[in-house]
Design a protein around this ligand. Sequence first.
Ligand SMILES: CSC[C@@H](O)[C@@H](O)C(=O)COP(=O)(O)O
Length: 362
Amino acid sequence: MEIDGKPYRTIWVEDPGKTVGVIDQTKLPHVFETLTLASLEDAAVAIEDMIVRGAPLIGATAAYGFCLGLNADSSDAGVSAIYDRLYRTRPTAVNLRWALDEMRALVDNRAPAERAALAWERAAEICDDDVEISKAIGRNGLALIEEIAATKPAGEAVNVLTHCNAGWLATVDWGTATAPIYMAYEKGIKVHVWVDETRPRNQGASLTAWELGRHGVPHTLIADNVGGHLMQHGLVDMCIVGTDRTTAQGDVCNKIGTYLKALAAQDNGVPFYVALPSTTIDWTVADGVREIPIEQRKGEELTKIAGRLETGEVVTVDIAPEGVPVRNDAFDVTPARLVTGLITERGVCAASERGLKGLFDR
Ligand SMILES: CSC[C@@H](O)[C@@H](O)C(=O)COP(=O)(O)O
């Protein structure tokens, strides 16, 4: 996507074989800043501190983190230590494990001296593949938006509700949930996005609203609890969200609050779609509620909030009583029965084992 006329991906090689550049997403929407990752620890911290976030981008950063780690130590013990350090960064997005397994399988039976070069090549491929996958998701989801557009009175926009940021910032480019929206917009289809603010970290307000705005896609920011009300009043035509892990039976784990949107959508007959690359499918788990590890994050994310003063200074303030007990679950699981369809790079399928197996050879 372009920022001020300059094309960007969310991750790129800066100095070949040595360093990687990323967009510091903790600074958005106030400041656009890029950051250099030069070591395994830089990459691990970037994932942990959510400088990069979103399931596909976490996977891509882990792949490059693997390369940076191999630059320092490509022995067998080094490979295990690199895998373990990156694996510990965030527990829910399965793309992390997928990318690490890819990298480890690639280097396992190769001589230590060959490993880093092979890994840099594969990490670049993972990023290029992610872009192509997002584009394919976009094309497949576009057909759904077009179907709805055809039913609307002339000149009326298709209203899409999305939660969190499953945009280009969450992938290498294009996004998953946003790819169909960007494609519809570029094709001249009238589309408007309801952007959930997404407490507590506000990825909707700070990231999705920012990227849609930069691209010129009409959108409106709403508080997290507004979606159900809008659906009751016929103001939402469809929901499209992303996912951090999709089970073999089609349960979908995504940012906390997604489940409530799916419940409201079902109650109001609003189609609820989940856009995902196949790297997000965890074929080893079936029941998402019981089996997916849910990240527990710091209470500070709820008790404090950061914002920009009129002077331009960004400050953090307390919004809850000091010492209040806090529970901060970062994700929830939407059972397959609430999902209208899964938009993948291979096509749209039912959220079920049969649906997924029909598209993917398992
Ligand atoms: C294409 S990204 C899909 C998900 O990763 C996204 O919806 C999401 O929940 C991101 O969570 P985050 O905690 O910001 O990494």
